[in-house]
Design a protein around this ligand. Sequence first.
Ligand code: CAA
Length: 296
Amino acid sequence: KRPAGAPDRKLARDVSKVGVVGAGLMASQLALLFARRLEVPVVMTDIDQDRVDKGLSYVEGEIDKLRAKGRLDEGKAAKLRSLVSGTVDKTEAYAKADFVVEAVFEELSLKQRIFAELEEIVSPECILATNTSSLSVTDMAAGLKHPERVVGFHFFNPVAVMPLLEVVRGGTTDDATLATALSVGKQLKKSCVLVGDAPAFVVNRLLFRFLGEVFDAIDHGTPVAVADTALDPLGLPMRPLRLLELVGTGVTHHIAQIMHDAFPDRFGVSENLARLAESGATTLLTEDGSLDPELV
Ligand code: CAA
């Protein structure tokens, strides 16, 4: 089904090579998804070879898991391995790409700089997509020679299984860019929703409101275990702390801060969330899914 407000799909351009900026967890998941669904070469870059190698190892590991589950035969697994590559050389990586998606740290100036650098390498038609979860797509395009090819392309973790994709029309995004992004989203087998360029789009407003209230309750003395399990009867797919683990305490706190700056009357920043982010904790739950005793 076409998302409401979508432009004519005939405007969509073909994509025969994809670039992914970054090789962290989100970027690596994207590289695998694009290669698997579009069956075109996908190149990841990062600031050093070590990071690139980690991203490539993640992709290898996921291909092995799919293979072990019988989701891929050996021929398809080998093809996938050959489609995904990584380098620190951006020119080599992106020269012939027609769709580049960035998935780097959530900082506007960094993303602006990356897009400006990319414009020196790619063709004027190459789509520049951002996986930002909360920043303005319009601001990211400002100052570019071709701001009309910038579009938001916001995925959810774990990328392989979460069906939703927010496609964001920025203030300067043109119809051909949007049509291409929607066509790619469909080929990735995602359910695309077309959203406006407002802080945190739609989903993270709801998600961060929810997580924010859970943490506000903890800040006001509700035991962590109670706040984490109180909504079990509603049948959520994941408890709040598991979700926090998945997204990452640092990333969650950073987005919460962005939300607070955009809507100070509606989004607070929890002192307990700040403390967890500050501690660098990546694991909040023990192996059996219960809370780390130090958090209780
Ligand atoms: N990578 C790849 N595959 C994964 C995975 C991962 N990290 N985690 C789970 N899966 C796969 C499993 O391998 C399994 O696949 P098979 O069917 O092939 O075996 C399938 O997903 C189901 O997994 P499980 O049976 O282990 O677990 P489940 O039934 O509890 O489902 C879940 C797992 C789909 C992740 C579910 O818990 C869920 O929907 N959780 C909510 C996640 C969510 O809300 N994500 C959004 C986070 S916010 C965000 O990302 C945006 C942002 O900007 C911050």
